[in-house]
Design a protein. Structure first.
Length: 82
C-alpha cells in the first residue's frame, strides 16, 4: 500500500507541474477549487492541503505561486502532522 501512495504522489506532482504552469488564477481555481489557505499578505501564493480522507493519514501541501503571467511555480511537500 505504501508503494501505491508513493506512486500516486509522484503522478500527482508530475500532473500538477505539467498542467498548471502558465494558468491564470481563475483556471487554477476551476481545476483545484478554492485554496485551503489564501493569505492577503502573500497574494501571489495559494496553499492546498491534500489528505487521504482520514485524520491519521498522509497529508500533502501543494503551494502554487503566481506571477503576472500566471502560475510561476508548484511545490508539493509532505505536511507535518502536528
Amino acid at each position: 500500500m505504501k508503494h501505491y501512495r508513493t506512486w500516486r504522489n509522484l503522478v500527482l506532482a508530475a500532473a500538477a507541474c505539467a498542467v498548471l504552469p502558465g494558468m491564470t488564477r481563475e483556471q487554477v481555481a476551476y481545476v483545484l477549487g478554492t485554496p485551503t489557505v489564501s493569505d492577503p499578505f502573500h497574494a501571489d501564493r495559494w496553499d492546498y492541503v491534500l489528505t487521504d480522507g482520514t485524520l491519521e493519514g498522509e497529508r500533502q501541501l501543494v503551494v502554487i505561486r503566481f506571477s503576472d503571467q500566471g502560475v510561476s511555480a508548484v511545490e508539493i511537500t509532505a505536511a507535518s502532522q502536528d
